[in-house]
Design a protein around this ligand. Sequence first.
Ligand code: ATP
Ligand code: MG
Length: 338
Amino acid sequence: PDRVFSGVQPTGSLHLGNYLGALKKFAALQHEHECLFCIVDLHALTMPQEHGKLAGQTRHIAAAFLAAGVQPDKALVYAQSAIPAHTELAWYFNCVARMGWVQRMTQFKDKSGKNAEAASVGLFTYPALMAADILAYKATHVPVGDDQKQHLELARDIAAKFNHDFGEPAGEPNFFPLPEPLIDGPGARVMSLRDGTKKMSKSDPSDASRINLTDDPDTIAKKIRKAKTDTGSVPGSVEELAGRPEIANLVGIYSALSDTTDAEVLAQHAGSQFGPFKNALADVTVEAMRPVSDLMRRYLADPDELDRIMSRSADAARAISEPVMVDVRRIIGIHGSA
Ligand code: ATP
Ligand code: MG
């Protein structure tokens, strides 16, 4: 990939799913590719936020990126709101995307719940802003968890329609690249500890449903011991995990954190009762998360340093997006842009 973009919302508390599905993978990508890691604070506004918390939350996510191993001299870590291109391009994309495309998005249905009439308009047009996040830098690859795949497909549709509607007449039919997902490997979809059919989420009201990056070892162990399981025991093969989402999830967490495979974890624990298996998993989780939460605490203790890193990154991000936006305005035909 030549340019990687990914965003994390500064909502709620980062969890194991974010770490395995996103942060840990980001840190690995920075060595091979140009990477932009954005804290998408404007996306957070699509849902009600506690007054006065947004800036602190944004720093919290920046600290988590760095704690997970993202290096500020290798990759950019900055707030979405610092770069005006996101909102400008989102408007153009709102006018490119079709109602029918956006109405199919399952995240809107999940997050608006039973009362879609009361949801913000921003929550509905969220995918247009996400497309803008990516394409303002002409990013070619987007590492996302499974849950964002549908939005990424919409971003490709938007890029293709923009290219067709504006690029072709301007003689630039391939103006935007069609961004591709980088979703793979272990941890792409970590499920809730309370319900094996729901993904682990920051916005889940139940704190027991997730392991937070800031949970202390006792809390981690307690949550894992209380995790929902069925009435069986640990099976011996991957095939036998089918139809057993809770134990499949715990095995998946185990293998992702210990850099091994599900088959290997099962070989090691086949026939075990859930009690001892959960104790082993709790140990693995506590050990894997300890360095991350220690480093995160150290970054959070120095907000000035965090702000310096974010502001340097934002300058570099702006230097990439500004020329793209000059071209966008020109090929749309905005007054004064020729
Ligand atoms: P929210 O509930 O507010 O949407 P979230 O937990 O879904 O929060 P996001 O900020 O939407 O977190 O996503 C951040 C990144 O983490 C994205 O790349 C997303 O794909 C990934 N991610 C989120 N949840 C999981 C999960 N359960 N398993 C693996 N990856 C995940
Ligand atoms: Mg999400």
